[in-house]
Ligand binder design. Structure first.
Ligand code: ADP
Length: 459
């Protein structure tokens, strides 16, 4: 892939944008960077790209900056539906995303993980499985280190494990994971896609360049995922498999494996012991099954997989126990930004739950929570922009006790007032955090400090 001398426009200057510029400049491209934010707002990042020798166009998406490019590369956060991009596409200019560019420079096999929920957990667990199998592995993509930084670095891994989002898949052309994992597809990001079918179609693109030698790891219990799996050319391995399907199924604390008969080429153990797995909920068993099947397909050993299962303690902001105060256990699940992840979190608990929900709705229909909320939740505490909408959807006759909080502090003290010993107090918002917080992590941190102050007040 020749970049030298080409006029390349990079759109979006956050961390990945900066890495894109460095990568392209080092390969002799003539780079212009565009961001609709002003130079002052962009701060040091703007200074850095100027120092690297890039031209800049900040403050708007000026059409002339787009019209004269040979190639446009967009950062993961930039919607490909931007008017300036649509016009450039009409002019015949090639537009690709960061993972597409990076993958053109990565010779190592890529294992890519996507789905509505569980991507980060599964990606990390899979990375640990391969590492414990003695493989030299790079883990990144949509989380942590962008693929373009791996492509830039001199040090090579044997396998690249990447989390990929639907937005990143919107801008691929040749991206071909040798193993692709599709965890689930439930309503999400309906503020950015025309409808559910459009969102599912974006996820399905994970497999569009796969061939017969490649592997798809699929959720056998998800009808949308099954439908996508039907047309694929390569091996198909299912977690939640139907009768006699190849893949892995749980029973008695073990993942029982069924290989692909005949030409498979991968040898499977009969079962892997999952008894030491510490993550809560059936959804995490699904994530672990998906990771195991992907690991086996990418050179992982049964011993390495079992070791990772025992060691992996999960990630912050995903159903994490923060403290137990007066017999009430407080859990931070700030990363639950979809209705489905809230449902899965509630299903982890047999005791009554005081649930803190709300934030900015990403296009979810909260009515899907009526049944599980009325079965599990003692008190619903709402905050943020979507509070009114949630209250309307989950109020009587569907649910009784709804309280409103002005902020996270207040939500936590309301939780304390209404929870009874033995209850769980759970932050699981079903919304993004951007109405009140910088990120889901910021929201989770604020929740945890409020809980810690409660605990501190105890002593
Ligand atoms: P992602 O990277 O796809 O957002 P995470 O692993 O960060 O996934 O988890 C995000 C949220 O979804 C957390 O609240 C987590 O508890 C929940 N979750 C994790 N795996 C699943 C799954 N397989 N199905 C539904 N919800 C899940």
């Amino acid at each position: 892939v020749e970049l030298a001398g080409k006029k390349i426009l990079v759109v979006g200057l956050a961390r990945t944008g900066g890495s894109l510029v460095r990568f392209l400049v080092r390969r002799g491209a003539r780079v212009t960077v565009n961001d609709r934010a002003s130079e002052e707002t962009l701060g040091v990042r703007a200074e850095e790209v100027l120092k690297m020798g890039a031209a800049v166009r900040f403050g708007d998406h000026a059409p002339e900056a787009f019209a004269c490019a040979d190639l446009i590369v967009i950062s993961p956060g930039v919607p490909h539906t931007l008017e300036a991009l649509v016009r450039a596409a009409a002019l015949g200019i090639e537009i690709i995303g960061e993972i597409e560019l990076a993958a053109r420079f990565i010779a190592e096999p890529i294992v890519a993980v996507t789905g509505t929920n569980g991507k980060t957990t599964t990606t990390h667990l899979l990375g640990t499985m391969l590492a414990r199998s003695g493989r030299k592995v790079f883990v990144g993509g949509n989380i942590g280190v962008p693929l373009i930084e791996y492509a830039e670095a001199g040090e090579r891994a044997e396998v690249v494990v990447a989390e990929v989002s639907s937005f990143q898949l919107d801008t691929i052309r040749t991206f071909r994971p040798r193993v692709g994992v599709l965890l689930n597809i439930t309503p999400d990001h309906l503020d950015r896609y025309p409808d559910f079918a459009g969102y599912a179609a974006a996820k399905a693109r994970l497999f569009e360049n796969q061939s017969e030698e490649d592997t798809a790891v699929l959720n056998g219990a998800d009808p949308t995922v099954r439908a996508i799996g039907r047309g694929l050319p390569g091996r198909r391995l299912f977690f939640n498999p139907a009768e006699s399907e190849p893949g892995g199924a749980f029973s008695g604390g073990k993942l029982h494996l069924r290989p692909i008969s005949g030409k498979s080429g991968i040898s499977f153990p009969d079962a892997i012991d999952f008894s030491g797995f510490s993550l809560p909920g059936a959804h995490n068993l699904e994530n672990a099954a998906a990771a195991s099947l992907a690991a086996l397909s990418a050179g992982g050993t049964p011993e390495g997989i079992a070791a990772a299962i025992r060691e992996f303690k999960g990630l912050p902001h995903r159903i994490r126990l923060v403290a137990e105060i007066d017999g009430v256990r407080y859990f931070n699940d700030s990363k639950a930004t979809t209705v489905e992840s809230v449902r899965r979190a509630l299903e982890c608990f047999d005791t009554p739950v005081v649930l803190i929900m709300g934030g900015r709705n990403k296009g979810c229909d909260f009515a899907a929570l009526r049944e599980v909320v009325s079965a599990k939740v003692r008190t619903l505490i709402l905050l943020g922009e979507a509070a009114g909408e949630i209250a309307e959807t989950l109020s009587p006759p569907f649910f009784g006790a709804v309280l409103h909080a002005g902020g996270m502090e207040e939500a936590v003290s309301l939780a304390r007032e209404t929870a009874k010993p033995g209850d769980v107090a759970l932050l699981s918002p079903a919304c993004s955090s951007f109405d009140m917080f910088a990120s889901y992590a910021h929201r989770g941190d604020v929740f945890e400090s409020a809980v810690s102050r409660l605990a501190g007040g105890e002593k």
